[in-house]
Design a protein around this ligand. Structure first.
Ligand code: CTP
Length: 398
């Protein structure tokens, strides 16, 4: 994973129990290739010591406004100069109040005020501290100032109470940082995707399905969201978690998927059929479990509607993208599907390269021809697909 290589991130740690999660966050950022500078407040260092952050980041840790190490003696300016982002995790109620009012009475508060890079805060506090009007006023002010507020989550708190105020997990904050650093060519656009397999019931316990994992569909959902779009996924049966900020409708069969897509369609700018929709379903599902017998069993199958072709044929069709997973002759089949379903773009791949796995190798087929993308992890491939779509929709945005 090298999502952040070449980027420098400043992580500010203030005084909350959730500071232990900041150690994991630093580890994830470093693993993703970022150079991480940690700035600790005096209270933060009561929870996790500078030695831990120094070991995890492999760089000096900053705590003192009067630190003499930078040549010009100005740690408060040097630290955020050229940084891709500054992330405060955990951000206490007290520190959020300082940020909202522009106070600069310690190193971290000063470097937040002196920065030019984006600022993200991950609040962590007791439920009542979060809910009280001063904190809510301060958070509203931060949002109005363009600061990204990550969470908080709801759940069990260190003080024994339950409610809003728990800091997001390190992996969630990491995802939000990566998302915040992506270009936003699709800001204000609405995107609908199908993902995963469908399951066509044969009787109450059996059915016809396929080995689609839903990974590519959910990677695309995340990439579209990170590109600024408002995203809805209609998902067949899959265990894939929903990316934060993405709306999800769970369905089982192709007919359910079609109904959910048609319901969510009004107002969508882009529709992407990533789902491996079963082309056929049992003509009649048995109400009771089918019992075995010695005689051969013949299944009668009925054709399912082609959801993508139906959406693309509408007079008010959004920009429609199809997927073609083929076992051979990729270019001919993928381009054939593009033309027969009247799509501006088809993403083609050989099943051996993508189905069920973590990586994929795809070629894009549009009116200008075939464009092979660099193979890689599904999220990296998804980001490339999204930027190709953004360029086709509005060449000025990329
Ligand atoms: N698709 C769909 N509804 C279906 C079948 C397919 O929306 N009932 C969409 C898929 O999500 C994908 C594209 O159509 O984006 C291509 O699907 P595929 O099954 O490969 O194409 P088919 O036209 O069904 O061709 P074949 O199965 O013969 O390869």
């Amino acid at each position: 994973m090298t999502e952040l290589s070449g980027k420098r991130i400043v992580v500010g740690v203030t005084g909350g129990v959730a500071a232990y999660k900041a150690a994991e966050l630093v580890r994830l950022l470093v693993k993703a290739g970022a150079a991480v500078d940690v700035a600790l407040t005096a209270a933060g260092s009561r929870f996790v010591g500078a030695a831990t952050f120094q070991a995890l980041s492999g760089r000096p840790v900053w705590t003192d406004l009067w630190d003499a190490r930078p040549d010009n003696g100005m740690a408060h300016i040097e630290l955020t100069r050229g940084a891709a982002a500054c992330v405060i995790a955990p951000a206490t109620a007290d520190f959020i109040a300082k940020l909202a009012h522009g106070l600069a009475d310690d190193l971290l508060a000063t470097l937040c005020l002196a920065r030019a890079c984006p600022l993200l805060v991950a609040p962590a506090m007791n439920r009542q501290m979060w809910e009280n009007p001063p904190t809510q006023r301060n958070i509203a002010q931060l949002r109005a100032d363009g600061v990204g507020v990550l969470g908080p989550a709801s759940g069990e708190q260190a003080c024994g109470e339950e409610g809003l105020g728990r800091m997001l997990e390190a992996a969630e904050i990491f995802e939000e940082i990566v998302a915040a650093l992506q270009p936003k060519p699709l800001a204000g656009r609405r995107v609908l995707l199908t993902a995963g397999p469908t399951f066509e019931a044969l009787d109450p316990v059996r059915g016809i399905t396929n080995s689609s994992s839903g990974r590519m569909g959910f990677a695309l959902a995340r990439a579209f969201r990170d590109a600024g779009a408002d995203v809805t996924v209609v998902a067949g049966p899959t265990e894939m978690p929903t990316p934060r900020g993405v709306a999800r409708v769970d369905v089982v069969s192709a007919l359910d998927m079609r109904a959910a897509v048609l319901q969510a369609l009004p107002g969508q700018h882009i529709f992407v059929g990533v789902a491996a929709v079963a082309d056929y379903r049992p003509a009649a599902a048995a109400a009771d479990k089918i019992k075995k017998s010695a005689a051969p069993l013949t299944l009668q199958l009925a054709a399912n509607p082609d959801i993508l072709a139906e959406v693309a044929a509408r007079p008010d069709a959004p920009f429609c993208v199809g997927f073609a997973a083929e076992s051979r002759d990729l270019a001919a089949y993928a381009e054939g599907k593009r033309q027969s379903k009247k799509l501006p773009l088809v993403v083609g791949n050989l099943v051996a390269d993508g189905l069920g796995g973590e990586t994929n190798a795809v070629t894009l087929f549009d009116a200008k021809g075939a464009h092979p993308l660099p193979p890689g992890e599904k999220l990296a491939v998804a980001r490339d697909i999204v930027s190709h779509i953004a360029a086709m929709i509005d060449p000025c945005t990329v």
